[in-house]
Structures are given as structure tokens and as C-alpha cells.
Write a protein that binds this ligand. Structure first.
Ligand code: ADP
Ligand code: MG
Length: 418
């Protein structure tokens, strides 16, 4: 069987980072740190509702080759953009105190009014900023970043970059970050410094990833329960279909959905929509329909049913008679809910999902925030070629950009690799 999927080589990426550092900065790096992208198997738009998610880290990662500097300068070079940012650590002071950012219960994620660096550089510089705010002894450093995570495809290239940068800063300065600290501070860097109101899903996936497992995460308690997810025994795989489109209204759409959920929770008198159990959904739906309007009620219904689907998915995984069709069924339900109730899908994602299933996939769904990005399909290896060819042909027929395909391989989380 001809299965020619590009898995992205770790060895060549590490070597590329080391050699890139040498060329750019002169001298050997003190180490290379890697942090993976992620794919969310099910549980979409639930993480900012204190709900459940089921992501896995993938074998695409951001690699940071780094060395300490004698002065207080931080230089970060991004190989994919061929751009460098340079800042003085001592100029990186901002509002907030060490106490504010060390406290996990402090959920004030309001963006900084005037970050010193904006654009892509805001991601790594934001990490240095937040770690300093939290009281870690960040020192001057040169960092060379190179990534095999496609940017803006819903696979979390931003969290990969943040986690790799945080580990590199800790590694060269000689301080430790626990996995929880890594996830928490990088999320805050993205929220506060880069100004992106993401929930904890992306950074937790990159930090906590495990080989061969999906991560069942309760985003309220922060509890992470790895669940074995080995599809080779089933002779199947999870196929990522990167549509390579990103619709312009995505950013507003995300903020709008988040605000709608907060408003619905407030209206219902609960801390977050996670607090509405399935049994109370019909009553809550009716109340919100009357009080706030039907659109809010549909947003509510997506979140409540999606939380339930994550729990059902995990129950199926743990069942002794584990089989793929019920998992595929939950994926289809998740996609329909995101498309119809939450309205965050896109024509390209709907086409990828419908075509993959018509060609024999057990199920498929959009993954990530939506409005473009990637879909995933649960596919028997026996029909992999058919699924891929059918999706490619359907995209061509619609005049869409050619999609890219690669397997989602459950991989280890952020770590030092050289
Ligand atoms: P994703 O779903 O890939 O995380 P985001 O919009 O959240 O999409 O983050 C993408 C942004 O992160 C890019 O626009 C860029 O600013 C930054 N970024 C991610 N990866 C890299 C990289 N390898 N080099 C430079 N910047 C990057
Ligand atoms: Mg991101």
C-alpha cells in the first residue's frame, strides 16, 4: 500500500536548528528545546467555558536553539520569516506584579495597552516578559526558532513557539519550570502580551503531550489525564487535512463567540457554561432563547453538548470493546454542532468533512478555532488513499487551494532534545 505521508523529520529539524543557530549567531547553541503543535480530537470551543477537551501533541514542533548572553539583550530569530527581534530585558517592564502573575487563580487576561514588540515577535518577547513578571531570573539570550508546525492551520504554531521559547529561556538561565507553570505562563503571554484571548487548550497540549496518548483535560481544575490512543492496532489513523485557508473574520468570530458564552453564563447565573449539565439543557436553552435570543441559545447548546461528547468519547476509548465507528459518530456530531449551532466552520472544512466520510472515513470534523484551518478524519489505512484522493479532487472541483495531508501522531510534549 502506498502511504506516502510527510511526517516531518525530528532529526533534521534539530540539526537544522543547531546549524541555523551557528550561522546566525556564531558558535554552538547551549541546547535545543522543542515544543509540539497539537490537534484537538474533540472538545472545541469548550476550553474558555471551563469545559473538557481531548487534544494530543503532534510530531510537528517548534525548535529553539539557544545560548545565554553576557548582557541583558534578548535576540530571537525566526527562520521561517527570516526576521529577528531584539529587546533589552530591562526595558521589558510593564504593569502587573510578580504576585499577580504567579497566582493561578488570577484570571485577569486583559491585553497590555502598549507592548514593546508587536507582530510575531510579540509571542517570544511576551514569554520573556511574563516570566520576568512572575519573578523568574530570565537572562540575556540568543534564540534561533524553526518550526515544522504549519502556521495558522489550527495546529497551534503559536503555542509551540511560546513553549519552546519558555523552555529555552529557562534552560539557558538555569531555572526550572513545572509543566503547569509552562502552560500557564505561555497562555498568559499570548493573552496579555500578544493580545490573543485563547483558552488554555493549546499551551496545555504542547506542555503535557505524551507519546501515544490523547490528553483528557478538565480546563477548570487543570487536571490532565492521558488516555492511550493507539490506532495502529485498529490499522487506522487520524488524518489531518489542512485546508490552508484562513478566513479574515476568524479573529472577530472567536472573540464574539467567547463573549456570547460569557453573557449566556452570566444570564443563567453560573460561573461558566460548563456548569450547565445535559439534563438542564432544554430548560436553559428555552430561558436563553427568550432572554437573549436564539443565537445565544444555540451557542449554549454547542458548549453543553460538546462537553458531553468529550466525556462519551473518553468512555468509548476506555471501553473493552473499543471500536472506531462510535468515535467517528461523535466527531460527526461535533462538526455539525460547530457548523450549525456555533457557526465557526467554513465551506472548505465542510467539504473536507463530507467528502472524507463519503469516501469511507469513520468520521471527520473541523478542529481548532475554525473559520478555516484544519479538519481531521478517522480513517482505516485501507481507504486512506481513497479519502485523500477524494478530498483533493473535491477541492480542485470547487476551485479551492490544494489541501495538505499528514497523519496526527500522538507525541511527547515540550522538552529539551539536545
Ligand atoms: P496557530 O493556529 O498556528 O497557532 P495563530 O494565529 O494562533 O495560529 O498563530 C500564528 C502566529 O504565531 C503567526 O502569525 C506568527 O505571528 C506566530 N508564529 C507561529 N509560528 C511561527 C514561526 N515559526 N515563526 C514566527 N512566528 C510564528
Ligand atoms: Mg495559536
Amino acid at each position: 500500500m502506498a502511504v506516502s505521508l510527510d511526517t516531518g523529520s525530528v532529526t533534521s529539524a534539530v540539526d537544522g536548528a543547531r546549524r541555523g543557530f551557528l550561522e546566525r549567531f556564531g558558535g554552538e547553541p547551549a541546547g535545543v528545546w522543542a515544543a509540539p503543535g497539537r490537534v484537538n480530537v474533540i472538545g472545541e470551543h469548550t476550553d474558555y467555558n471551563d469545559g473538557f477537551v481531548l487534544p494530543m501533541a503532534i510530531d510537528r514542533a517548534c525548535y529553539a536553539a539557544a545560548a545565554p548572553r553576557a548582557d541583558r539583550i534578548l535576540r530571537v530569530y525566526a527562520a521561517q520569516l527570516d526576521e529577528m527581534v531584539e529587546v533589552s530585558l530591562d526595558a521589558l517592564v510593564g504593569p502587573g506584579s510578580a504576585a499577580d502573575t504567579r497566582d493561578a487563580a488570577n484570571t485577569d487576561m486583559a491585553p497590555l495597552a502598549e507592548p514593546a514588540v508587536t507582530g510575531w515577535g510579540g509571542y517570544p518577547v511576551g514569554v520573556a516578559w511574563i516570566l520576568r513578571q512572575a519573578g523568574f531570573p530570565v537572562g540575556g539570550a540568543d534564540i534561533y526558532l524553526t518550526s515544522t508546525v504549519p502556521v495558522g492551520s489550527g495546529l497551534s504554531s503559536s503555542a509551540a513557539l511560546e513553549c519552546a521559547t519558555a523552555l529555552a529561556l529557562a534552560g539557558v538561565a538555569g531555572f526550572e519550570l513545572t509543566t503547569h507553570e509552562l502552560a500557564l505562563h505561555t497562555q498568559r503571554a499570548e493573552n496579555i502580551y500578544a493580545g490573543v484571548p485563547c483558552g488554555p487548550l493549546d499551551q496545555m497540549s504542547s506542555a503535557f503531550g505524551q507519546d501515544g496518548s490523547v490528553l483528557f483535560i478538565d480546563t477548570r481544575s487543570g487536571e490532565v489525564r492521558p488516555q492511550p490512543f493507539d490506532l495502529t492496532a485498529e490499522d487506522a489513523l487520524l488524518l489531518i487535512i489542512d485546508t490552508r485557508v484562513s478566513h479574515a473574520h476568524g479573529e472577530n468570530g472567536y472573540a464574539d463567540r467567547r463573549a456570547a458564552c460569557e453573557r449566556a453564563a452570566e444570564f443563567l447565573g453560573v460561573r461558566a457554561l460548563r456548569d450547565i449539565p445535559m439534563e438542564e439543557l432544554p430548560e436553559a436553552f428555552a430561558k436563553v432563547s427568550v432572554g437573549l435570543g436564539e443565537t445565544y441559545a444555540r451557542r449554549l447548546r454547542h458548549v453543553v453538548t460538546e462537553d458531553a461528547r468529550v466525556q462519551q468519547f473518553v468512555a468509548i476509548l476506555n471501553h473493552e470493546q473499543f471500536s472506531l465507528p462510535p468515535l467517528g459518530h461523535r466527531m460527526m456530531q461535533s462538526h455539525a454542532s460547530l457548523r450549525d449551532d456555533y457557526e465557526v466552520s467554513a465551506p472548505e472544512l465542510d467539504l473536507a468533512v463530507a467528502t472524507a466520510v463519503a469516501a469511507g472515513a469513520h468520521g471527520a470534523r473541523m478542529t481548532g478555532g475554525g473559520f478555516g484551518g484544519s479538519a481531521i478524519a478517522l480513517v482505516d489505512r485501507a481507504v486512506l488513499d481513497e479519502v485523500r484522493d477524494a478530498v483533493r479532487a473535491a477541492f480542485a472541483e470547487h476551485g479551492y487551494t490544494e489541501p495538505q495531508f499528514f497523519p496526527a501522531v500522538a507525541s511527547a510534549g515540550a522538552r529539551r532534545i539536545l
